[in-house]
Design a protein around this ligand. Sequence first.
Ligand code: HAM
Length: 419
Amino acid sequence: MSTYETVKGTFDLLPPQAERIVAVREAMAAPLRRAGYGYVETPTFEATALFKRGVGESTDIVTKEMFSWTTQGGDEVTLRPEGTASTLRAVLQANMPRAGLPIKVYYSGSYYRYEKPQKGRYRHFSQVGGEAIGAEDPALDVELIVLADDAFKDLGLRNYRILLNSLGDKECRPVYRAKLQEFLRGLDLDEETRARIEINPLRVLDDKRDSVQKQLVDAPLMIDNLCDTCRAYHEEVRTLLTEAGVAFVDDPKLVRGLDYYTRTTFEFVHDGLGSQSAIGGGGRYDGLSEELGGPSLPSVGWALGVDRTALALEAEGVELSGVEPLSVFAVPLGDEARRRLFDLVTTLRRTNIAADFAYGNKGIKAAMKAADRSGARYALVLGERDIAENVIQIKELATGEQESVPLADILTIIQEKLK
Ligand code: HAM
């Protein structure tokens, strides 16, 4: 034990479980790569103003959850709480739109939110995200939803649903917002919620308390108040999703926790996770580029939660193939054997055979124990007498069967056995 431990809301990923996380990230990125999304990596911290502006001043993320500080040089910076604002900033900064639209990019990394930690909700977590920037086309929204669905299905996940909604655009949303505010002002709500009506009334719809939900039964819904263009757009998204064979549930009360969304919004929720059930989410953000000082670039994207997806897989009992199991574990007895076996292990690895070595001058007993623990298929044991006789012992660890073979042929013998 050391004096120090991880701070609240954070955790270490250690082998072998950490390999599951690597497999989840890879499975989420693969469908994006197949669809022409290119990898981007942005810094883990950015100007605080970017997130205030990008994510929205009234969101929980900005008001309560950012890790922000002033640098020695006096700059206000924040650990990224999400990836969309940074990605769009990077795309604008590099003037990528010049090369044609849409720009399709993806990312994978750590994000930070000062949330109350619980199972599936951490202060340091991992997302894979995809963003299609600069095109207004329902097929692009559907492409992204299908790619996320493919990723979850490829991983073997089954018990999740896709919730779908439209949040309107700059024409119809303000009209609806006023209508909703009028309705909400007539309800019996606490001080904090009343304040929310004035700042971010749509979030009230998302209130989890029964006492609030009971009063919201007759609340006006965005979906019933879409303008004709938004309605047609949303219908096309629904049609294309159905044609793609992707099942979804219309959820007119789906409100996302970030301010930039317009039109299509969606969330992937898993039934085996308790309250932190969202394994991914996203939507359109047609006005964000202008909000960040850029040109009009209607865009759509999502981010999937890597840690929560790993929990969901565990809840469904899905095994992920992790690291490649070792084929060979080499046990040398004596200095000459060490040199020869170390050389052999290096050669095996160079021919794509996973191999490890009994380091640390262990005695035969401890070294064979290490071989068993390693999960390797074969142990190779070489001692001084073997060298004198030009042989090597090869032991199949599962059965305990051992044979003596010519040292000079060991590489081909192993290759044969592993075929
Ligand atoms: P988000 O819904 O805030 O969206 O996060 C996406 C996913 O990240 C969630 O569904 C969840 O699985 C995971 N996640 C979020 N917070 C935590 C946490 N504290 N602990 C563990 N997992 C968490 C976004 O971040 C948007 N940027 C998505 C997007 C991309 N929209 C458009 N483009």
